[in-house]
Structures are given as C-alpha cells and as structure tokens.
Design a protein around this ligand. Structure first.
Ligand code: MRU
Length: 312
C-alpha cells in the first residue's frame, strides 16, 4: 500500500485522521482539498509532505496563488516547500513534465527509505535491539517505508529487533494511533508508553538506541522534529544511549544555518485543551502548542540519510 500516490488524474492518500479505526483512501482533485488534508494532518510526515507538495503542483496547473498557498500549508517540514519547488522547476515544459517531476519525487522517496533502512540497520550494533521512538516515521509518513521506523522494519526483517517502545505523542497521538498500527502490521514487538515516561525508561537502561525522524535539519545539524524529541535527546545523553536521526537528504536545509532559524508551527489551543474532541481543561484555559522542537546538534550521535552517515 502507498500512503500517497497519483492515480488516474488525482492525488490519492490514506486519511491518517481515521486510523487506526479505519483505513480509508481520500481522492483529491484540487489544491484546496490537498491543503486542507495537509493542515488537518490527513497526510503528514516530512517525506509524504514532499510528495504531496510535488503532486499538488500538478493539480494547481501553474496557478501561482495556489502554488504559494500549498508551499506554505505547514511551515516546519522543509520537504513540503522542496517538493513544490521540484515540480515548479518544470512548469515551463508543460503538464507532462511537471507530472514526471512529481512522480520522480515519489519514486526517489521509495528508494531513499529503503537505503536509510539498510544504512541505519548497518550502523546499529547488537542482535536484540530495544528501540525508542516518537511520533510516526513509518510508511505512513512517507510513501512505502519510512525513515526511523524504516530502520526498525529492516532490523525486524533481519531478526535483530527485540522491541520498540513507542511514545504516544500528544496532542495528536501519532505514536499511539499510527506507529502501533504500523508495527502490528509488521509483526514487530512493541509497547506504547506515555511521552513523559521516555527519559525515565532511558535512565533505567531499557533502551539501546533512540531513533527519530526529522522535519528540517539545519546546516549545523540542529534538528527539528516532533515535540518531545528534545526531551529524549537529553535523556539519551544522560543515559549514554545513542540518539540517531534518520531522514532523507531532502530534509537537510542548507539555507537554514541553525535551529533557532527554524519556524516551529504552533497548532493552537484546541488540540491541547481537548483529547479526541473531549474537553479536558476548564473552559477558558489558554494553551501553548508547539508541534515540533529542536534538538541541538551536539546531542545527536548520528544523522543517517539515504546517502551517508553524518556525525554532527
Ligand atoms: O506533525 P507531523 O505528524 O507531520 O510530524 C511528523 C514528524 O515529526 C516526523 O517525525 C517527521 O516528519 C519525520 S517523518 C519520517
């Protein structure tokens, strides 16, 4: 199954807001529909957003306002703007060339995820690995296989995975809803933990490596990823556990010198004061909702891409 694809003249994608209850495909014909799907996280995860951006340019048919709106639909993952730019570069050559460029973004992502899985599994030492991860970095965040969870999948296929401890990932529960769903489909042993349990379990010696994805890697290696990543990096450093970022080269943004220049999306009060639509905080409670945080490069043991291993 592909998370996102171009099928008979439209963008088809898995509606991730409906998982794990139901696996429903959305068929999108307009940029407005695609932007809506991106903003409500029906499609999410940096590599999948790159493909969405590229395919969205095909839907836009060259309309500059639509392309600008798509490019800015979410600010933190550089892949969205990058994917848009890949397709826009071929606008002058006509529809078929734009479509071909967008399909190349899709195909390159499939190849990149396979390569990251192999390289990440080669890098890790040990036969019965206990991995901690946050958010969802599996096939649902890309096209077919994921980044950090792609490494987990390769480890599992090689018989080297003991267990995954997946953080639930409040407020939108990508770990609880999506990562557990993918791990179950892989047949990979896993347990779900509360986000706040991560650093404690690292300190207790329950984890051999932390594997996370990335939404944007600055030129100096500072890495923006799902909120909660920084706490795991601090816990991992204190516990002497490798903290490894797995991301395609397309997530590296040489135009952003360091983490403080990365725009962090704030998704507003509602996701914090409610859980699945049920209000948990008193009426009138204000919230702060950064969707991502930045892990400074000196807390990162290695960045594994589809081309190399970087030690920031
Ligand atoms: O808000 P989301 O669900 O789009 O956040 C996704 C993440 O933070 C992922 O870790 C990141 O995009 C890498 S996905 C392979």
């Amino acid at each position: 199954m592909r998370t996102i694809d171009w099928v008979d003249g439209a963008v088809e994608l898995v509606d991730q807001t409906r998982l794990p209850g139901e696996c429903v495909m959305l068929r999108l014909h307009t940029v407005a529909e695609l932007v809506d799907a991106i903003q409500r996280l029906a499609v999410r995860g940096a590599p999948a957003l790159g493909v969405a951006g590229a395919l969205g340019v095909v839907l836009a048919g060259g309309d500059p306002a639509e392309i600008a709106g798509l490019r800015a639909a979410r600010p933190t993952a550089v892949n969205l703007a990058w994917g848009v730019d890949q397709a826009v570069a071929h606008l002058a050559e006509g529809h078929e060339a734009v479509l071909a460029a967008a399909l190349r973004v899709r195909d390159d992502d499939i190849a990149a995820c396979l390569a990251m899985g192999e390289r990440g599994a080669d890098l890790l030492e040990g036969d019965r690995l206990r991995i901690m991860t946050v958010c969802n970095t599996g096939g649902l965040a890309a096209v077919e296989r994921g980044t950090a969870l792609g490494v987990v999948q390769t480890l599992h296929e090689r018989g080297r995975l003991a267990e995954v401890l997946a953080l639930e990932t409040r407020p939108l529960l990508q770990g609880a809803r999506l990562t557990t769903w993918e791990l179950a489909r892989m047949g990979a042993p896993h347990r779900l933990i509360a986000d706040s349990a991560g650093p404690y379990l690292l300190a207790k010696g329950e984890v051999d490596a932390v594997l996370i994805g990335a939404d944007r890697i600055a030129a100096n290696g500072d890495t923006a990823n799902k909120i909660g990543s920084y706490a795991l990096a601090l816990g991992a450093e204190r516990a002497g556990v490798p903290f490894i970022v797995v991301a395609p080269e397309t997530t590296i943004d040489p135009a952003t010198p360091s983490g403080e220049h990365i725009e962090i999306e704030d998704r507003g009060d509602e996701e914090i004061v409610t859980v699945h639509g049920v209000r948990v905080a008193p009426e009138g409670t204000r919230a702060l909702n950064p969707a991502f945080d930045v892990t400074p490069h000196d807390l990162i043991t290695a960045i594994v891409t589809d081309k190399r291993v970087i030690r920031p």
